[in-house]
Design a protein around this ligand. Structure first.
Ligand SMILES: [Zn+2]
Length: 386
């Protein structure tokens, strides 16, 4: 196991877990939300802002950084932390999800995926080994293994083939990772020798495939495990059911990461099912589209009803936007296409997500997560107010 990786379980409340994840660049209080910095930037805000909002960890995308500016360049700059000036932990995905969703003319084989860059059409290869090498050069605190992400819905046999290949790729990726982290291979610069690697469970919405994926991936042995292939369009109740089914089988002494989820109520419901880590583009992407998350549900700031509304977006929110600005002003900025509209909306939405996680952590510590969950779900409506 990576020398710097530790996970301490501090409290539980039902299925919910309060923990502390120790990584090479610092501690992550769990359950935690990881803001998504696709291209080593969180759209609309500065990393100093994100630090001030209290994020312990951010996520960056391997596929995008490999294409531009290149992981070699980032390694020469001293690694991703120094390059983007983010002193806290970073998790990088493996690039698998983007190859399957963004790349053009991809060709899948047992060896890996050959694809054309969506930027300039260059032919590139991503394999279990090269995904490890790219993330090693980037120097993330947590590297994700390379997996095959089938789209949803998937037929059982297609999901089975992808799951089985992902387990075979897990072994290859782990072998390469251990060769690097144990110093047996020294031809790559190590900008973060304390890197940890997480395995990914696949199997779509089929519980038998999830069972086999857990068995195979845990047998390979990673520092921790993620549940992939959910939050890709399946009904919410399927996501919750597969999350609960899969999380229950993962080692209790390791953090569990639900990839790509979700809406605020998904976070609460998934914590109840034993999840410790989340990432999602919703708070940042929706902010740029003028949707602000509040305790009672999302609001569309462009709505005419806010034109002369002197209240902040969420009167209970302590974020820099709500402490200073009215819905009327934020609506004006959005309608006028001002850049600061995206910035102020993103600050609020990220704060809302991070603050929801703070509330969850506190509730688990106090043993009151059940009532927190009940109140949250009673108050929060997924449907945007008109
Ligand atoms: Zn706010």
């Amino acid at each position: 196991m990576s020398a710097r990786f530790e996970f301490e379980l501090i409290a539980t409340s039902g299925g919910a877990r309060r923990g502390r994840l120790r990584l090479a660049h610092g501690d992550v209080e769990t359950p935690a939300f990881m803001p998504v910095g696709t291209r080593a930037a969180i759209k609309g805000v500065t990393l100093a802002d994100v630090e001030a909002l209290g994020a312990d960890i951010t996520l960056a995308n391997t596929y995008h950084l490999h294409l531009r500016p290149g992981d070699d360049l980032i390694a020469r700059a001293g690694g991703l932390h120094r390059f983007m000036s983010w002193p806290r932990p970073i998790l990088t995905d493996s690039g698998g999800y983007q190859v399957f969703s963004l790349a053009e003319r991809r060709k899948l084989s047992e060896d890996g995926v050959t694809f054309q860059s969506h930027l300039d059409g260059r032919a590139l290869v991503l394999s279990p080994e090269s995904a490890v090498d790219i993330q090693w050069r980037l120097g993330a605190d947590v590297a994700m293994m390379f997996d095959e992400c089938p789209s949803w819905p998937a037929a059982h046999d297609a999901a089975e083939a992808a799951m089985a290949r992902t387990v075979r790729w897990a072994q290859r990726g782990r072998d390469r990772f251990l060769a690097l982290s144990e110093g047996r291979v020294t031809d790559l610069p190590a900008s973060n020798p304390g890197q940890a690697q997480f395995g990914i469970i696949q199997g779509s919405t089929f519980k038998d495939l999830r069972d086999r994926s857990v068995a195979g991936t845990v047998a390979v042995g990673f520092e921790a495990y993620a549940i992939g292939g959910l939050s890709v369009g399946e009904p919410t109740e399927d996501m919750y059911a597969v999350t609960a089914h899969t999380a229950a089988q993962l080692p209790a002494d390791r953090p569990r990461y639900l990839m790509g989820a979700g809406m605020p109520d998904d976070l609460v419901e998934s914590v109840a099912r034993g999840i410790d880590l989340f990432d999602c583009v919703l708070p940042t992407r929706n902010a740029r589209n003028g949707q602000l998350f509040t305790r009672t549900g999302p609001i569309a700031i462009k709505n005419a009803r806010y034109a002369e509304d002197p209240l902040p977006p969420d009167p209970d929110c302590g974020c820099p936007t709500c402490r200073r600005y009215s819905r009327a002003y934020l609506r004006h900025l959005f309608m006028a296409g001002e850049m600061t509209a995206a910035t102020l909306n993103t600050l609020h939405n990220l704060y809302f997500y991070l603050d929801t996680m703070r509330g969850i952590r506190k509730a688990i510590e106090f043993g009151t997560f059940d009532s927190f969950r009940k109140t949250f779900l009673e108050t929060y409506s997924r449907r945007p107010s008109a």
